[in-house]
Design a protein around this ligand. Structure first.
Ligand SMILES: [Zn+2]
Length: 114
């Protein structure tokens, strides 16, 4: 059994789980685990405050069912939504850049097949 230590949250003494070992700083009480999780989420969002906004944006940007076999890459993106969010010029720049890259990739594959 590992040496007892005080819980970082409730301050009660506990023995760390042997699977977690010395890394465990919080006891197994549900309220302490919930608080540990809340603090970890707060630290995560302090480090990356745009994470949720980015996740929602990319989820709306990529069409449902995109990425499957036979998907045309440019059609995987909801360009109307992208245009509304980032503006016409930036959206067009990204869309056309994607098309150029796709053409170059296809040409490179065709050259390798010859
Ligand atoms: Zn505790």
């Amino acid at each position: 059994m590992l040496k007892a230590r005080p819980c970082l949250i409730c301050r009660k003494w506990f023995h760390p789980d042997r699977m977690v070992g010395e890394r465990q700083r919080v006891c197994g009480a549900p309220s302490c685990q919930k608080e540990r999780h809340r603090r970890a989420c707060a630290r995560f969002h302090d480090r990356d405050p745009d994470y949720d906004r980015h996740t929602r944006f990319t989820a709306k940007l990529v069409q449902v069912g995109a990425g499957g076999k036979g998907t045309v890459p440019a059609e995987a993106i909801d360009w109307r939504y992208a245009r509304k969010v980032v503006g016409l010029e930036i959206s067009a720049l990204v869309e056309e850049s994607g098309k150029v890259l796709l053409r170059q990739a296809r040409d490179a594959v065709l050259v390798q097949l010859k």
